[in-house]
Design a protein around this ligand. Structure first.
Ligand SMILES: [Zn+2]
Length: 181
């Protein structure tokens, strides 16, 4: 490695981005020259002329500077899905609609989400709705039908079925158990 390249790395010089990539043998991660990650130990640095070469040598792209630049790492994408669900769970939100909003295929979304979060997007939406419904049941005097709709359930009968299954109580019993008449 020549001094010019080493200087570009330790100065996080963005003008070298795309001209080369560097991997750190001890971590197995590769970066763009401009990456703000901690300066590597010079002996452990390997230089690549493309992201493809680094990947071919089994280096993984850095999560911070995303040197493969093609798609977001799965964790970031899943985080984005979580935020979208949290903003929209009270609306009719199918997996198809969610996939549309996030520019992914429903199947890939379902699988990636499940792998990283341990539940499917549909289960996560239902958890959010149930939490919201419990809050409305204990903190408001809204009729059950209204609680169901506000929490994002398509109708009161479906809400009552899901609620009973997940909590072991009907919505009104749940409400009464909190002293909320
Ligand atoms: Zn990096």
């Amino acid at each position: 490695m020549n001094n010019e390249i080493w200087q570009a790395i330790i100065n996080n010089d963005a003008s070298y981005d795309g001209k080369f990539f560097y991997g750190v043998a001890t971590t197995g991660i590769f970066c763009r020259p401009s990456c703000k990650s901690r300066n590597p130990n010079k002996e452990h640095v390997r230089i690549f002329d493309s992201a493809e070469h680094a990947l071919a040598e089994q280096f993984r792209p850095c999560k911070r500077c995303k040197p493969d630049g093609k798609r977001l790492p799965d964790e970031d994408w899943v985080q984005h899905i979580v935020q979208t669900i949290e903003q929209h769970y009270h609306e009719p939100l199918s997996l198809m609609r969610l996939a549309d909003m996030l520019h992914g295929s429903p199947y890939h979304m379902h699988r990636t989400f499940k792998r990283i979060r341990g539940v499917t997007p549909a289960e996560y939406i239902q958890q959010m709705r149930l939490e919201d419904a419990k809050k409305l049941l204990t903190e408001s005097h809204l009729p059950i039908t209204e609680v169901a709709l506000q929490a994002g359930f398509s109708n009161a009968a479906y809400f009552a079925t899901v609620f009973q299954k997940k909590t072991g109580k009907s919505p009104s019993d749940f409400r009464h158990s909190f002293g909320n008449e």
